[in-house]
Design a binder for this molecule. Structure first.
Ligand code: PMP
Length: 361
């Protein structure tokens, strides 16, 4: 009997490329600025909630994360039925692609955007049409709207965008949502680092029935390792997502940790403000050193090194000094580095090392 594994795997899965996450080096000596993690550990109240929940691990968690949905409901003025909690926002995104992009369908995004989307489309044997950003790196929302009217199941926008860090004007995004005859998904992973009043969480599913907003506890809540995210939208679409998720998709510990951080909004806001201040000070420093720095509404900076050195060579020099940033080696992005904002101390070290490695310094 002959048995070939690939005879049993769908052709489009055999063909697709896997997502490449940023490196997670084991060495504690590395200043890790490559995956936009929060430099602060979880708040003490979160750690104690995790410890308490650990004592109840013989039990299954609440299947639909109801207490967490109720808390989000009270915070954002939407019904608990408007929310779905996931094992990281990556799971939410994956569920959305599974639901909204049946075999052969097409959806729309921008280039660049979060690089997971094309992988999720490929998994569905679907197609993602990427509309190039304009020369200033902002989204071409008019072109996206025009394409969406031709045919698309949904538009997905990283808002603020990655790896650029830019945020679109609220009124322009509103116009797009109102104009297009399909779902609009806003991936607001970095929204807590943007100026206040930019999020569409309160409008998703109510003012705009075609809008779904995706959020995560990974970045601003210091819980990347916990894997918890959520989305909000019209209860009719959220109900369909609940049908296709795993029955216990969010662990008991993850639910407890997320509830605890939501009760600590003020303390966490102070930390977010510190990260934003560190970001803005570091951006000014880089500009003084001759970098081109895009204005950031996130916890990272997208920067082009001064003329005399390439992004790749600077990436290598930083790595040789134990500083890990992100370089996307693909057309359009390869002249830039994406640098996550770490602690004030980490960024001072980066500044010092840059002073030593840049040819003009
Ligand atoms: N969206 C964007 C834009 C991201 O950068 C990330 C993290 N890489 C995610 C979603 C996923 O975050 P998580 O699964 O940790 O919630």
């Amino acid at each position: 009997m002959t048995f070939e594994v690939q005879d049993f795997i769908p052709e489009h899965i055999l063909r697709m490329e896997a997502y490449v996450p940023g490196m997670q080096p084991a060495s504690p000596d590395i200043i890790k600025l490559n995956t936009n993690e929060n430099p602060f550990p979880p708040l003490p109240a979160v750690i104690s909630a995790i410890n308490q929940a650990a004592g109840k691990l013989q039990l299954y968690p609440e299947p639909s994360s109801r207490p967490l949905r109720e808390k989000l409901s009270s915070l954002y003025g939407q019904s608990p039925e408007s929310f779905l909690i996931g094992n990281g926002s990556d799971e939410i995104l994956s569920l959305l692609f599974r639901l909204l992009l049946p075999d052969g369908g097409s959806c729309l995004s921008s280039d660049p955007a979060y690089s997971l989307y094309p992988v999720l489309a490929a998994m569905q044997n679907g197609e993602i049409l990427n509309v190039a950003v304009k020369s200033d790196w902002y989204l071409d929302l008019a072109a996206m709207a025009a394409r969406a009217k031709e045919s698309s199941r949904f538009i997905i926008i990283t808002h603020p965008n990655a790896p650029t860090g830019l945020i679109e004007k609220r009124e322009d995004v509103t116009r797009l949502i109102q104009e297009v005859p399909c779902f609009v998904i806003l991936d607001e992973a970095y929204m807590d680092f943007a100026p206040a009043g930019q999020s569409f969480v309160r409008e998703a599913g109510t003012d705009f029935p075609n809008l779904i907003v995706v959020r995560t506890f990974s970045k601003s809540a210091s819980l990347a390792g916990m894997r918890t995210g959520w989305c909000v939208g019209h209860p009719d679409v959220i109900a369909q997502l609940h049908k296709i998720r795993d029955s216990y998709n969010v662990s008991l510990i993850a639910q407890a940790a997320a509830l605890a951080i939501l009760a600590e909004e003020e303390a966490n806001r102070a930390r977010i403000n510190t990260i934003c201040q560190t970001r803005d000070a570091f951006a000014r420093t880089l500009q003084q050193m001759g970098f081109t720095v895009l204005p950031s509404a996130t916890n990272f900076l997208f920067v082009k090194p001064p003329e005399e050195c390439t992004a790749r060579s600077l990436y290598d020099s930083l790595l040789s000094r134990n500083i890990l940033v992100r370089h996307f080696d693909r057309p359009g992005l390869r002249d830039y580095l994406r640098i996550s904002i770490g602690s004030g101390q980490a960024m001072e070290k980066v500044q010092k090392v840059l002073g030593e490695v840049l040819p003009s310094a």
